[in-house]
Design a protein around this ligand. Structure first.
Ligand SMILES: C[S@@+](CC[C@H](N)C(=O)[O-])C[C@H]1O[C@@H](n2cnc3c(N)ncnc32)[C@H](O)[C@@H]1O
Length: 302
């Protein structure tokens, strides 16, 4: 990592590829030089009505709360860099109607970033909430999606979808093997010979499907054993993993400014990317250290 990055600030811990710092991101980020980060991938506190223990801004003031961070994120990103923001929805106070706080934020962010692409994270196993509207009155269905917005500093951020290809479906494998009779589809599109080429996998869509959190991981077991608070709103490692693979190369720098239990750092470390993590609650970073106990984890798996 460039020597100028976080020069003079003592990390809470370091690993082979990364450094985690305790403190307020708006203060810590002053120690990151302009144009030095390849990817910011993060999940800030959402604008929730039911507050989490680490504090959330109300939906009404969320944009004002978030924009000073966003200005700094833009400053520290390289011109080829990306900012990936995972954000969940919220409900209007006491009503079965949705807040549009995250769309207000989106519009504001688009004034300073390019919107490279929007993603939806679908969570089939989400619990049915809010109970009042979903399970008691039965007038809404369960809320099982979150948004992931991919912003970029310029129109052409570094990206390569060949790094995140999905396995071909059985039908596609057959098609590649047996070939396809070139003809027009009902939609009018002509399927060309290109579809018969084996490109190593299929191009992923812009929705990502996976469960919310790990439930019996080494991190959780070690936090319990050492009586350290388990972070209440972790994202699954597959989320940062997808964007780190898609948008960075080995040794690039990945930064999570709202790191929580540092799932982003764990993913970056495993993928050989350098990383920085900022988190205001020391307790969460204390637990996150267990994520880097790879040898113990490997033993556990055995
Ligand atoms: C939704 S959680 C992130 C969880 C994380 N993605 C994980 O998987 O563990 C958001 C985190 O941002 C932290 N946070 C909120 N405001 C902050 C600030 N100004 N500076 C640093 N961290 C902050 C909170 O303490 C909380 O842990």
């Amino acid at each position: 990592m460039d020597d100028d990055i976080m020069k003079n600030v003592k990390p809470y811990y370091k690993t082979r590829f990364g450094k985690a710092f305790v403190g307020n991101t708006l203060e810590l980020i002053k120690h990151i030089p302009n144009d030095s980060i390849d990817l910011i991938v993060t999940s800030p506190p959402y604008g929730l009505r039911d507050k989490k223990e680490y504090g959330n801004a109300d939906p009404e003031v969320y944009v004002d709360w978030f924009m000073p961070f966003a200005e700094q994120f833009k400053r520290v990103l390289k011109p080829s860099g990306s900012f990936v923001l995972n954000i969940g929805g919220s409900w209007e106070l006491g009503k079965p109607t949705r807040s549009i706080y995250q769309f207000r934020l989106l519009l504001e962010l688009c004034k300073i970033f390019n919107l490279a692409q929007e993603f939806v994270w679908t969570k089939p196993a989400a619990i049915p909430t809010p109970a009042q509207w979903v399970t008691v009155k039965r007038v809404r269905v369960k809320d099982a999606i979150e948004y992931i917005w991919w912003f970029s500093k310029t129109e052409n951020p570094k990206a390569d979808n060949r790094k995140v290809l999905l396995p071909y479906s059985d039908a596609m494998v057959n098609l590649i093997k047996k070939g396809y009779v070139i003809k027009k589809r009902p939609s009018g599109y002509s399927i060309s010979k290109h579809f018969q080429k084996d490109n190593g996998g299929s191009i992923p869509p812009n929705f990502l499907t996976f469960g919310s959190q790990e439930s019996n991981s080494y991190y959780i077991r070690m936090c319990k054993e050492h009586k350290i608070k388990i972070h209440p709103a972790r994202y699954p490692i597959k989320l940062p993993e997808f964007f780190i693979k898609f948008l960075t190369d080995e040794r690039d720098i990945v930064f999570d400014p709202f790191a929580g239990s540092n799932v982003t750092g764990e993913s970056a470390e495993k993928l050989g990317r350098e990383w920085l993590a900022f988190e205001k609650e020391e307790e969460y970073l204390k637990g996150s250290k267990f994520r880097f106990n790879f040898n113990q984890k490997a033993l556990d798996t055995l």
